[in-house]
Design a protein around this ligand. Structure first.
Ligand code: ADP
Ligand code: 5GP
Length: 205
């Protein structure tokens, strides 16, 4: 039986408010054996967010200690807060041959690409326009006015990076964008690079 497949990484990036979390919740039921990478952050939890589910919420000092101890695969300052991906759970999930899903910013994408290019697939998600992004951030109603303004300002810079990604999803209707994300997640799992070539041949012959 042909089964010698490696774990893979699927990176989702896109301006805050484009719909990454909403889309992921929508598609999990249609994606095989996956592990969502829970990031660590120094930002305050939003209403409804839970420690250990949405993020690991830590202090700046705790985060800096993790940096010193080399606990991160990557980390970055985003919108004035630290965000990082812890190495240990990622290695474990990859050893278990899972599809590891990251919701990280454009800096994180570049860092992970440089380290683990052969197993990375990436998708940039955006809204049809900046105006729609602003409307979504406002209607989400989770952030102060200044926080939203800062995120919109950053979005103008972030969107330029879409060209570095493998795929682009314009999240207009949730239905269409979800279908596209499911297709990408499934195709990510069957890249030839992920198979052990010798054992494929010897088990096939
Ligand atoms: P992100 O995780 O990228 O910051 P969210 O998933 O929190 O973004 O989405 C931001 C807001 O936009 C939420 O209120 C969400 O319900 C809404 N939203 C997401 N996708 C769509 C869509 N396709 N159409 C309309 N509203 C959407
Ligand atoms: P939010 O505060 O809206 O949850 O996330 C803000 C931004 O931080 C988003 O662009 C999100 O993708 C990014 N982000 C979340 N976790 C990580 C992480 O572990 N590393 C990096 N580099 N960015 C992250």
């Amino acid at each position: 039986m042909i089964s010698e497949k490696k774990g893979a990484i699927l990176i989702l990036s896109g301006p805050s408010g484009c719909g990454k979390s909403t889309l992921l919740k929508e598609v999990y039921k249609d994606i095989g054996d996956y592990y969502f990478s829970i990031s660590t952050t120094t930002r305050e939890p939003r209403v409804g967010e839970e420690n250990g589910i949405d993020y690991f919420f830590v202090t700046k000092e705790e985060f800096e200690k993790d940096i010193e101890d080399n606990n991160f695969l990557e980390y970055a300052l985003v919108h004035d807060n630290y965000y990082g991906t812890s190495l240990k759970p990622i290695n474990k999930a990859l050893e278990e041959k899972k599809l590891v899903i990251f919701d990280i910013d454009v800096q994180g994408h570049e860092l992970v690409r440089n380290k683990l290019d052969s197993i990375v697939t990436s998708v940039f998600i955006t809204t049809p326009s900046l105006k729609v992004l602003e409307d979504r951030l406002n209607s989400r109603n989770t952030d102060e006015k200044e926080v939203i303004e800062n995120r919109v300002k950053n979005a103008k810079v972030e969107v330029e990076y879409f060209r570095d990604y493998d795929y682009l999803i314009i999240n207009d209707t949730l239905e269409e964008a979800s279908k596209q994300l499911v297709s990408i997640a499934n195709i990510t799992r069957i890249k030839t690079k992920l198979f052990d070539k010798d054992s494929i041949i010897s088990s096939w012959l």
